[in-house]
Design a protein around this ligand. Structure first.
Ligand code: ADP
Ligand code: ASP
Ligand code: MG
Length: 470
């Protein structure tokens, strides 16, 4: 069942005001100054019943993944040594911003974390079968350390912060590394865990990105998943708003790092934000909008470095007029799989077989097009794609084009699934692009192209279609 499918199951007890979920990403908690800014932002909204979701400090998830590799190759002591500077970053914040019992509590947690990591590294090396679940257990420490540290910082600041365990709130399936939430269980557990704390006036702090199976094994929601945690918890608690605090003051018409003239989109529709996230805008995890959409909970994107700079609001409608172009994005790391089916395959239903084979290998398919003579799938590239293609060989002639990118124009295009927007085609005349037809969504137009050319194409599209608008 999906979020909001059964609104009765969401009825909240009593007439308590609705909480506000505030999520702080890795760059918003990268050092002591950043933690102090976060505490100040929470203080300003302390009467809004905040529930705080926090990511690992910037760079820590990557460091934990690298430590797992080291542990497998060289053993636990080498991996722990590698992690020490990162633990040091957490300790430094604790030394600067906490004292007394709050400090002691964090130090004890860090000590226990080192011991648990040592055990996990040893076990993974000795029993390779345990690697997938223990990998999630290991990476969860980035977020768990942040949540414990933030609670200590808030307490020290005179605010009623208390760390809650996200694994008691978000219940998932067993797909380690890319787990999917079990919605009904998540609603029940999140409420059970967080509502009593809120009723006491506590500000709960939870790690994003992590959850647990029904049996209690730690799972993760995929890279960048803290945004998704925030909206899952927001939906479970029927929050009045989910605030995503990051290092930019909103969603822009292009990644501001790529196009410095990009402008902020003051309001976006859920569908527009989803397509942007799905096709490369790192500012949101692709599944962020799913939990809040039916409940019509607004999501705002704000800058923790400049809280007064304004924000983008993601709501059911953007108010963009039909045909309006809003943003340009691109997603790298794609591949195109082409199959020219042999006779037998054609008879057996080539499309079904292609979809089944890609699925069986866990290949993430973004687009499929088929005719009697040829099939083309646009997929996320990876080892699984090669394995699937080996299985497809009997099907006919199989070709893979790697190093592809999806170029995406987001706008209010409506349901016309085959028509290309003339201004878009014109702006792309200098590039070799293949439109993906039929268009998968009313909010976007997609083109497949060489990865190396995609940033330049995105910049050109943005300059011609967005920057030059009055
Ligand atoms: P966090 O650590 O807070 O989760 P991320 O690095 O995941 O932050 O996401 C924020 C980054 O997303 C920004 O620094 C920006 O470079 C990038 N980004 C990509 N596309 C966009 C866009 N269209 N609008 C705003 N930011 C974008
Ligand atoms: N820390 C995790 C990551 O780096 C999750 C997140 O930041 O949202 O992917
Ligand atoms: Mg992120």
């Amino acid at each position: 069942m999906n979020p909001g499918d059964n609104p009765n199951s969401l009825a909240l007890a009593g007439a308590e005001p609705r909480p506000t979920v505030m999520k702080f990403g890795g760059t918003s908690v990268q050092d002591a100054d950043a933690f102090a800014r976060v505490a100040a932002i929470i203080r300003r909204q302390r009467l809004q019943r905040p529930v705080v979701i926090v990511s690992a400090m910037a760079g820590v998830t990557d460091a934990l993944l690298a430590a797992i590799k080291l542990a497998l190759e060289k053993g636990a002591p080498t991996a722990l040594e590698w992690l020490e500077p990162h633990f040091g970053r957490y300790s430094e914040v604790a030394e600067h911003l906490t004292s007394g019992e709050a400090y002691g509590e964090f130090v004890r947690f860090l000590y226990a974390a080192r011991e648990s990591l040592r055990q996990a590294f040893d076990t993974m090396r000795r029993y390779p079968g345990t690697i997938p679940p223990l990998r999630d257990e290991v990476v969860s420490y980035g977020e768990r350390l942040s949540a414990t540290l933030l609670a200590a910082v808030l307490t020290n600041d005179g605010l009623p912060g208390r760390a809650a365990d996200a694994r008691d709130c978000i219940v998932t399936d067993e797909v380690y590394g890319r787990a999917r939430p079990r919605w009904e269980d998540t609603v029940a557990r999140a409420r059970q865990t967080l509502q009593p704390a809120l009723a006491e006036g506590v500000i709960p702090t939870l790690g994003g990105f992590i959850g647990a199976t029904l049996d209690g094994a730690t799972t993760t929601l995929g890279r960048g998943g803290s945004d998704y945690s925030a909206t899952l918890i927001g939906a479970a608690l029927q929050a009045r708003e989910v605030q995503i605090w990051t290092d930019v003051a909103g969603i822009y018409s292009a990644d501001p790092r790529l196009a410095p003239n990009a402008r902020r989109l003051e309001r976006l529709a859920y569908g527009e934000a989803t397509d942007l996230a799905l096709y490369g805008a790192k500012v949101l995890h692709p599944r962020t909008i799913e939990p809040v959409e039916r409940l019509r909970i607004p999501v705002s994107i704000r800058n923790s470095y400049d809280p007064e700079a304004g924000c983008s609001m993601i709501t059911p409608d953007s108010g963009a007029p039909p045909g309006a172009i809003l943003a340009v994005t691109h997603r790298v790391g794609m591949a195109a799989v082409h199959v020219r089916p042999s006779g037998a395959w054609r008879a057996a239903g080539a499309l079904d077989d292609l979809a089944r084979t890609l699925n069986a290998h866990g290949v993430l398919v973004e687009h499929l097009a088929a005719s009697r003579l040829g099939l083309a799938a646009t997929v996320e590239d990876g080892e699984e794609v090669r394995a699937a293609c080996r299985d497809l060989r009997g099907a006919g002639e199989v070709r893979v084009a790697a190093e592809r990118a999806l170029l995406c124009v987001v706008g209010n295009f409506g349901d016309e699934v085959t028509e290309l927007h003339p201004a878009v085609s014109e702006a792309l005349a200098d590039f070799r692009v293949t439109p993906l037809l039929p268009h998968p969504s009313p909010y976007s137009r997609l083109f497949l192209m060489a990865e190396a050319d995609a940033p330049a194409a995105a910049r050109q599209l943005h300059a011609r279609l967005v920057e030059n608008l009055p």
